[in-house]
Write a protein that binds this ligand. Structure first.
Ligand SMILES: [Zn+2]
Ligand SMILES: [Zn+2]
Length: 380
């Protein structure tokens, strides 16, 4: 890997400084949610958390952030992170982080999912940072590699527009199948035991996802958009977020069709969403955890990293996201023992730097043939 920043060492005050900045930043975003809930919070998520829980979390986050910034100040020679952490904490306290008050909000049709972003970012960092540190696949790769900021922007955009993305991806299924009389099918599915219903939801949506994904690889124009997802050289838990919105709308719309037609219970549907959300992050993560014999049933990071293999000899493998045996059925399965791909990414494609340029680029140019000025090229 080129341009790798040096690994952060324990005891230098940087880790505590970064934790302080992270917690204070989330607290500041949380204050925005409290001040303007009708703009920045989603109706679905508001039903999950109570004001009391979030008030407590804010208090704990700001207090911890302040503690970590002091620790960083004591430990570090360069006090930059500590000072930024202290300033952000002071802003959070000054803006009322310790005395936020919840208020009831009218259920409106459209809002920005900032609450969803805060919650998911916090949980994903909490789960995957220790996992990648304890069981790394590539222990030379820094968390702050050259592509992490771009990937974080993809993560942020997909979360704050979660409501819009949800509505758009459900539209084709509703438009195509809402006129059918599906009550009998729904009744049968909802009468199944919960575990059977859940496995069926995972399996059938993965078969649809498999073919949508395969079309994105085989159709030259669609590949322009999907190749954005394959462009990252640095696989980690954040890398899977790098997906072009055309790719998101198309693939999710196709995967949602069987979910809609079969009419799963809300318990099965919500469990399905949570499982695929966490699993999709896991298979991109920089971790070598393997599920033992279960790796033939549920896809692992190693399995999906082969899908991202840079060497064109291995292109066109492992399209399924959840169940590897779908690839076995359709002849695209590849998992060579304990061997991992040498590198991930697309050596022959060029993408410009940054989220906005990468979003516009596939509409104008083919990343496999387009010419990008040297200073515009995405860092590798
Ligand atoms: Zn792909
Ligand atoms: Zn991927």
């Amino acid at each position: 890997m080129t341009n790798q920043p040096p690994r952060i060492k324990v005891g230098e005050g940087k880790i505590s400084g970064i934790i302080s900045i992270f917690l204070a930043s989330l607290s500041l975003l949380g204050i925005l949610c409290f001040k303007f809930p009708e703009i920045f919070t989603t109706a679905d998520l508001r039903e999950v958390y109570t004001t009391e829980i979030v008030e407590t979390l804010m208090f704990v986050a700001i207090t911890l952030s302040f503690g970590f910034s002091l620790l960083s100040f004591v430990l570090s020679k360069n006090k930059k992170f500590a000072v930024i952490g202290i300033i952000l904490c002071a802003c959070a306290i000054f803006l009322g982080g310790f005395e936020v008050e919840g208020r009831s909000v009218e259920k409106i049709s459209w809002s920005i999912g900032l609450d969803w972003l805060i919650l998911d970012l916090f949980l994903m960092v909490l789960i995957f940072t220790p996992l990648e540190l304890a069981f790394p696949k590539n222990d030379k790769q820094s968390k702050f590699h050259p592509e992490w900021k771009t990937d974080l922007i993809y993560f942020t955009v997909s979360h704050i527009f979660i409501q819009l993305f949800g509505v758009i991806t459900q539209k084709p299924a509703v438009a195509l199948f809402s006129s059918l009389n599906l009550e009998v099918v729904h009744g049968f599915i909802q009468g199944l035991p919960f575990v059977v219903e859940l496995i069926l939801a995972l399996f059938i949506s993965d078969v649809f996802q498999y073919w949508a994904h395969r079309i994105f690889h085989s159709n030259e124009y669609l590949w322009r958009f999907h190749s954005v997802h394959h462009s990252t050289k640095h696989m980690d838990w954040l890398a899977g977020s790098r997906t072009h919105f055309v790719d998101i709308f198309f693939t999710r719309s196709i995967s949602f069709i069987p979910i809609y037609v079969l009419g799963f219970t809300s318990l099965a549907f919500n469990t399905y969403i949570i499982i695929i959300a966490i699993h999709a992050v896991l298979i991109h993560a920089n971790t070598n955890i393997n599920f033992g014999i279960l790796k033939y049933i549920v896809s692992t990071p190693q399995y999906h990293h082969w899908h991202h293999c840079e060497d064109s000899k291995y292109y066109g493998k492992n399209f399924a996201v959840f169940f590897p045996f779908i690839d076995m059925i359709f002849g695209t399965y590849y998992l060579p023992g304990k061997i991992w791909p040498e590198a991930t990414g697309l050596s022959e494609a060029s993408f410009p730097k940054g989220f906005i340029k990468q979003t516009i680029y596939p509409f104008k140019e083919n990343p496999l043939t387009g010419i990008i000025p040297e200073n515009e090229k995405s860092e590798r």
